[in-house]
Each structure stands twice: as structure tokens, then as C-alpha cells.
Write a protein that binds this ligand. Structure first.
Ligand code: GDP
Ligand code: MG
Length: 665
């Protein structure tokens, strides 16, 4: 069994290639920081090989979590081969990492990705020439178009089985050359003893890598010699050690690409990209434009297409339910079981399923925004804004993912370099409106704000963001003092979203949604039906206010009284919402039955307060588990969830009571 590591810069197409190689469906995103964990999969076309997708990195220094994950994997697990994916549209920058990977002396092949974009822009890359200059096999591919993948697999298998290692390790000249080679001789025995490639260890030492220095267990005398060599190099080259090595690498890359890479002077695409960015990341217009685009999407989703599709599906589900209902009656099934199926399962699962089209339409649009590269611009604009109020701009990526689902979003906080930024972001992410909250907004908006559905929904999305920002500020002043770690976000090129990626994104959300409907929601509906149909002595009740559920819900109800929805039904719905947020809706559907509507439980104002509470209160069980995992302890996770629920209560209280003052009563 051969193992290949997939190594490359962020946003170079690693995950796209991984999916092509393995046939899996990992999330691909046109902004950095999506892949945080390494993922392994078998290569489709050759049974005895597997490939590991590693987080995107720009160098092999141990400064960020991604770099450490990738580096540890390459050094400790010693894969049989490295597939180094290089973004051909940004080749110089990408080769910087390649040079460092070569030093590891693992058999490797360069997958030169995005060749379609290179061709389109009218640039030209002489692959043969470049191969010669770098001393590594190069395969031009287009991961998203599935071009060149087969040959890449063949080539990768070849280098791994024949152990073809990079031919060139010497990228250096002059003083740096002397320093690296002296150090290489000095530490040769240590490197061999701990199993580190000699040249890699030497370069890292000259660059000042403390981790490698510790790993090599150098004697004090050797450390002294090392320091002398480095000082000598710094004096001769008149720069510091890190800059000297960076200069060396860039000088080599420049020479290597000089006669191999021909760029069409200023590509049309690039000029267009700059023009678009002048508007979309404009100092004043950027945020209004973002809000306008979002408003358009919500209007299309909740006001036009999604709504229409949901209506169609709703009619379908109603017809199907009526059909089954009739059949069961004809069959003469016991009234209890009949009610369980129709009023419990069908009502609960059906009520959630009707929102599938809404989810599909919404995530279709969001995926377009993400894949075209627009979301990265938003992150860039938000970065500046967030920085002003002392939050890390990097936190914005998990927050964006949070619009889909909090669980991967909370996991994505691992990319943040400091524990302070990480914890703060975990706390904020669940305030984003995840896809499971959409049905709740949908039902309430349709029932109480039919005229302004899109407006109500977008307000909730914005409220979530505002609460997150205010929380950030609050924490900065109290618990998490200090400053965010600076971060540079690179703007990816604008791209035509690919149909495949878009479908993948939509499918990802739709599948989650359907699975939850038939598992968690199914079970929750069943349990809710049971609890509301029987009293504590297991007699069936005709009036559900005498049921077990009513008794349980009533205990909680007083807490919600000041928020305007102190009914046992509302409390019960919120409790089941902990299993999954859609359960709020399925619970209402089961509880209301056929002779009550939401209007019997809510006024428009208390409905609004209820929506605010649902948006902000503790996330679902899966997100809680993720919080616990990333925070490291139950105590902290409980504190986080407690804070979120507290904020939810306060905001709902303010909305309800201020609203009452305005509309009177
Ligand atoms: P990762 O961050 O390295 O995992 O990169 P992703 O796989 O998430 O891809 C980043 C972006 O590049 C996505 O928008 C992809 O659709 C796009 N992409 C990937 N491969 C290609 C390609 O061969 N050609 C073009 N034009 N775009 C690509
Ligand atoms: Mg990725």
C-alpha cells in the first residue's frame, strides 16, 4: 500500500484534486482555510494507493497549526510520495513551498494545476524546460475539469515505486550556500540519528527553526558553532537569517522560471479582476453592496423561487399524507397507531422536508458567491472592519462556514493561530444562522410577516452578526484581553463557478438536511407525539394540555413568560430544538395538530422575539459536542453555551418589551 501526501498552498485546488483522485466529496471553497484536518482516501484507479489531503500552507516553518500538521505528517509518517500541487496562475509564489518540500528528499511529482486558466489568459508554460530547471517531474492538470489526472496518477506511482527523488537540493549561492553546507556537515550525524533529511535539517537550522534544533539534540558546542556560522552569513549577506533564505529561494525560482514561464503581459482577466475589485472592495460601497447582494439572495430564496418550490413540495407531501391517511383508515389500523403515524411522524418529518427546496436554492446562491471568489472579498473587507474593533479577521472564515452548519465551522477555528482568537471565534460562530434555522424562520415569517418575509429573514441574519461583533467587543474588554494575531488574506482570482463544485455544495447541505429529517426529526416527532398523547399514568389524553409533555413544558414556561411566549408548547419546542434546530418546527407541527395554528400561541411581536431567541440560544447537540472537543473541557463548553442562551434571553426580552412600548400592548 503506497501513501501519497497532497501538499500545496491554500486555495491551489488540493481538495478538488483529492476529490477527483478518490471520488470523495470534501468541501471545496474559493477561500483559504477550509481544509483543517488531513483526510485520507483510496485512489480510485489504482487499488493499492491512498492519498492524504493536508491543510494548505505557504511554507514548512512551524508557525501555524496547518504548517505543523503538514510538516509532522511529512516528517513522521514518511509518505511514499508527495504530490505537490502548484497553482500555475501563481507559479512563483507556489514554488516557494515546493523548494522546501524537495529538501525532504521524498519522491515527488509536481501537479501543475489550473492549466485551463493559464491557457485562457494567454500565458504559456514550457513544462519540459521547467522540469529540467527544478529536477522534479511535472504533470500539467486541471483538477476541476478532470484533465491530466490519469497521467498524474501514473507518474506519481512511478516516482513512488522507483523511488525517484528530487534531483536538485542546492538552490543556494554565496554566503547562504556556505552556511547551509557547513551546517549540513556539522549536524549530519544528528540528522541521521533522528531520521531527518540532512539538507532539510540544515536549512531549517540556518533559518532559525527552534523545533528542529530541539529535535536534533545538538550539543552546546555545536549550537555555538551553528550560531557563529549564521552570524557570519548574516554579516556577509547583510540581511537577517530568514530574509537571506527567502531571497535565496526567490532568486532560484526567478532563474528557473525565467525561460520557462511566459506571461501574457497584463492578462485581460487580471485587469478585469482589478476593475471588479475596485468596486466590490470599495472603502464605502463594499458593505452596502454585500448587504444588497445578500438581500437579493434572500428575496429570491424566501420570496420567489424557494417559496414557490416549497409550495409545490408542500402540496405533494399533503397529498401523500392524505393518501396514506385514507389507506390506513381503510385498513382499519388502531386509532392510536394511526395517529402516531399521521399526526406524529408525517406531520413532524413532513413539516421539515418542505424546506428542502429553500435550502437548495439558498445554498445554490451562497455557493456561487463562494466559488466565484466573492466571499473571499467579503472576508477581506470584514477583516479590516473586524480589526478596527479588535477581532481577528481570520475569524471570519469560520463564521462564513457557520452559515451552513456550526459543526464544521467550529472545527475550522483550528486554523486560528492563537488560543485567544480560537476560543473567541468558537463562542461567536453559533450566532450565525445555520441551515437548520432556516425552516424556523420560514414558517414563522410566512405565518406572521407574509408581506416582509425576506426582510425579516435578512434582519435575523444581520442580528446574528451584530450580536457576534458585540460579544467580541465585550470579551475583548473582559475575558480575552490582548490583541488578535495579524493575518494576511490573499484574494483568490475571480473564477467562473464550476457546475460540479456548486452541485457538490448544494448536495452537501441537502444531504445533511434530509438525513436529519429522517433520523433526529423522525425520532423527536415520535417522542413528542408520545409525550403529548399520554399522561403520567399512560392514559391517552384527548386534551394535550393534560399530557406529560404539557407538565414538563410548563416547568420551563415561566422563564419565557417575560419574552412573550410563556406557553408550554413554545418551551417544549425550544427544548427539542437542542437535538437539531429543525425540531423546533416539527415539534410545533405535532403539537398544534389540525385544530390550532401558531397564531393561537404567538402575536407577531412574540413571534419575532421567539425567532431572535431561536437564532441565538444554545446550538444543537452536535455543535455542543464540537465546542467541547475544540475547547477541551466540558466546563468551558457549558460556559459557552450558557453565555449564548443568556444572550438569547436578553435580546428576546429587549425585542419583546421595546416592541411592546412601540406598538403598545
Ligand atoms: P484548496 O484550498 O487547495 O483545497 O483548494 P480547493 O480545492 O478548495 O479549490 C480552490 C478553488 O480553485 C475552488 O474554487 C476550485 O473550484 C478552483 N479550482 C480547483 N482546480 C481548478 C482548476 O483546475 N481550474 C480552475 N479554473 N479552477 C480550479
Ligand atoms: Mg482544501
Amino acid at each position: 500500500m503506497l501513501t501519497f501526501a497532497l501538499v500545496g498552498n491554500q486555495n491551489s485546488g488540493k481538495t478538488t484534486l483529492f476529490n477527483q483522485l478518490t471520488g470523495s466529496k470534501q468541501h471545496v471553497g474559493n477561500f483559504p482555510g477550509v481544509t483543517v484536518e488531513k483526510k485520507q482516501g483510496a485512489i480510485r484507479k489504482s487499488k493499492e494507493a491512498s492519498v492524504v489531503d493536508l491543510p494548505g500552507i505557504y511554507s514548512l516553518s512551524p508557525y501555524t497549526a496547518e504548517e505543523v500538521v503538514t510538516r509532522d505528517f511529512l516528517i513522521a509518517e514518511k509518505p511514499d510520495g508527495v504530490i505537490n500541487i502548484v497553482d500555475a496562475t501563481n507559479i512563483e509564489r507556489n514554488l516557494y513551498l515546493s523548494l522546501q518540500v524537495m529538501e525532504l528528499e521524498i519522491p515527488m511529482v509536481i501537479a501543475l494545476n489550473m492549466m485551463d486558466a493559464v491557457q485562457q489568459s494567454g500565458s504559456y508554460i514550457d513544462i519540459e524546460k521547467l522540469k529540467e530547471e527544478l529536477g522534479v517531474p511535472i504533470v500539467p492538470i486541471s483538477a476541476s475539469k478532470n484533465e491530466g489526472i490519469d497521467y498524474l496518477i501514473t507518474k506519481a506511482m512511478e516516482v513512488a515505486t522507483k523511488k525517484i527523488r528530487p534531483k536538485k537540493l542546492d538552490f543556494c549561492e554565496g554566503s547562504v550556500h556556505r552556511a547551509i553546507h557547513s551546517v549540513a556537515h556539522l549536524i549530519e550525524d544528528h540528522a541521521q540519528a533522528v531520521g531527518l533529511p540532512r539538507r532539510f535539517a540544515a536549512t531549517r537550522l540556518v533559518e532559525g527553526d527552534v523545533q528542529i534544533e530541539c529535535a536534533l539534540k545538538l550539543s552546546d558546542n555545536e549550537k555555538d558553532i551553528l550560531n557563529h556560522i549564521v552570524t557570519e552569513m548574516e554579516q556577509e549577506s547583510q540581511t537577517d537569517r530568514e530574509a537571506a533564505l527567502a531571497d535565496m529561494r526567490y532568486a532560484f525560482i526567478e532563474a528557473a522560471t525565467e525561460n520557462a514561464v511566459f506571461k501574457s503581459s497584463e492578462s485581460k482577466e487580471h485587469l478585469r479582476s482589478i476593475k471588479i475589485d475596485n468596486i466590490l472592495t470599495h472603502k464605502y460601497f463594499a458593505i452596502p453592496i454585500f448587504l444588497l447582494i445578500m438581500a437579493l439572495i434572500f428575496w429570491l430564496t424566501f420570496g420567489v423561487i424557494g417559496l414557490w418550490l416549497s409550495d409545490v413540495l408542500n402540496t405533494g407531501i399533503d397529498t401523500f399524507t392524505a393518501f396514506v391517511d385514507q389507506r390506513l383508515t381503510a385498513f382499519g389500523l388502531s386509532a392510536t397507531i394511526h395517529s402516531l403515524i399521521i399526526d406524529g411522524v408525517f406531520a413532524g418529518v413532513g413539516s421539515v422536508l418542505t424546506f428542502l427546496p429553500l435550502i437548495i436554492v439558498l445554498f445554490f446562491f451562497l455557493s456561487l458567491l463562494e466559488d466565484s471568489g466573492y466571499m473571499a472579498r467579503v472576508a477581506f473587507v470584514m477583516d479590516k472592519l473586524l480589526r478596527k474593533i479588535g477581532l481577528s479577521g481570520r475569524s471570519f472564515v469560520p463564521m462564513l462556514i457557520g452559515f451552513g452548519c456550526s459543526v464544521p465551522a467550529i472545527m475550522a477555528t483550528r486554523t486560528l493561530p492563537s488560543a485567544r482568537d480560537r476560543k473567541m471565534t468558537i463562542l461567536l460562530t453559533p450566532f450565525m444562522s445555520c441551515s437548520a434555522k432556516v425552516p424556523v424562520y420560514g414558517i414563522f415569517a410566512a405565518a406572521f410577516f407574509a408581506e416582509n418575509q425576506a426582510l425579516v429573514v435578512i434582519s435575523l441574519y444581520i442580528l446574528g452578526m451584530i450580536v457576534a461583533i458585540v460579544t467580541g467587543l465585550l470579551m475583548k474588554k473582559t475575558v480575552f484581553k490582548g490583541n488578535p494575531v495579524p493575518f494576511v488574506l490573499e484574494l483568490p482570482a475571480y473564477r467562473m463557478p464550476s457546475a460540479r463544485t456548486t452541485l457538490l455544495h448544494v448536495w452537501e447541505r441537502a444531504k445533511d438536511f434530509i438525513v436529519r429529517a429522517f433520523t433526529i426529526i423522525f425520532l423527536a416527532s415520535l417522542v413528542i407525539w408520545l409525550l403529548q398523547s399520554f399522561d403520567f399514568r399512560f392514559n391517552m389524553v384527548t386534551d394535550s394540555s393534560k399530557s406529560m409533555l404539557a407538565a414538563i413544558g410548563s416547568v420551563m414556561a415561566p422563564i419565557f413568560k417575560p419574552l412573550g411566549f410563556g406557553t408550554w408548547q413554545a418551551s417544549t419546542a425550544l427544548i427539542t430544538g437542542f437535538t437539531a434546530k429543525e425540531a423546533v418546527i416539527s415539534t410545533f407541527q405535532v403539537l398544534l395538530g389540525s385544530n390550532m395554528t401558531l397564531h393561537d400561541l404567538f402575536t407577531p411581536l412574540s413571534a419575532l422575539a421567539f425567532l431572535c431567541f431561536t437564532l441565538l440560544y444554545m446550538p444543537c447537540a452536535a455543535a455542543f459536542a464540537a465546542t467541547k472537543r475544540e475547547m477541551g473541557s466540558y466546563r468551558q463548553a457549558v460556559l459557552v453555551v450558557g453565555y449564548q442562551t443568556g444572550i438569547a434571553w436578553v435580546v428576546a426580552f429587549i425585542v419583546y418589551n421595546v416592541g411592546k412600548l412601540i406598538v403598545g400592548g
